[in-house]
Design a protein around this ligand. Sequence first.
Ligand code: PLP
Length: 391
Amino acid sequence: MHSLIEKESQLLLQTYKRLPIVVDYAKGTRIYDIEGNSYLDFLGGIAVNLVGHSHPKILEAITTQCKRYMHLSNYFYQDAQIAMAEKLLQLTGYDRIFFTNSGTEANEGALKICRRWGNQRNKKIIIAFTNGFHGRTYGSLSLMDKPRYKESMEPFLDNIKILPYNDAQSLKKEVNTNVAAVFLEFIQGEGGLEETTEEFIATLWGLKNKFNFLVVADEIQSGIYRTGDFFAFNKFNIGPDIVTLAKGLGGGLPLGAILLKESLANIFEKGMHGTTFGGNAVACASGLATINEISQNLIPHIKQISKYLSEKLQNVAKEFPQKVIELRGRGLMCGILLNFEASRLVESLLEEKIITNATSKNVLRLVPPLIIAENDVDELIKGLYNALERL
Ligand code: PLP
């Protein structure tokens, strides 16, 4: 066993099931281990590395910012933060932003906003959905139903109801004037790549118009052009009141955000909410370089390569009807529902030097960098054929 693996097991809290790879460096769509093996990366740092590893424009933005300053705190006006906010709001059509360090912290802030907005109107209930994933802190966990994330960690927040995902009838039954907010993933990243249906969204917005509550879109995994559009919800003709982002927002550095409509601009008074690192200048500079690169140069590519990937995956599904139950997801956020444990396919693909991961037990998840080329897809497909053949 490599000494790093041994030390990790002795020094770190054993919360992660790591891949057996000791990394040397990573570039583009590839990760290289210390033995010189090259792996094709269809995990992308769990949907983080939108423009691949070590992108020169991101490296330059980070270096330039580091030479000026790295961290000052939110006591100061910083151009990197303002430039990032301006670009994000321009690209998304939202009006206000609060920067965080992570996804779960963005959801915690959104929860506080919803509670305050609800308390001002005597609305107490927050609704979330089965199989959702919103993060590991107490607020986010309170919005989730899966026992494996919550076991023996009670008590969680009260006045939260978790309803079946995509079940319009249960929404109609449970939603009333007492509802302050609904938290929703339009594509469930950790929950098996299920997508909201037209009917469900139409019902939700019908109820919203009737009862007046906030809708929070958790676009932490599905956002920032992963589906071809900036948000997964852009498929529908609706606008959530609040959106949470993180993952690729900082171009590989920790950065999250809460986006809000102008009507919520004054929800907090000065000092009511804050963070030491959120909106860090280096993370903002890196994030701005990332969203500039995607919005200026990559959108047609994302649409074309998504179509190519989807067609090739459909061929795989046809070739292995006994093993592949269905294909899920959209754009470069794909899932393959298998009739066996997906971790077996992850291991088998690793033998092909392809990195993926399993989600929701029997779904193989593909969230590659948005820069993947046709030859990367061809390599994945060849690997999938070989791996599925063996299993
Ligand atoms: N929300 C969604 C949809 C996610 O996929 C994740 C992370 O996987 C989170 C929230 C939590 O983000 P973080 O791990 O940055 O706290």
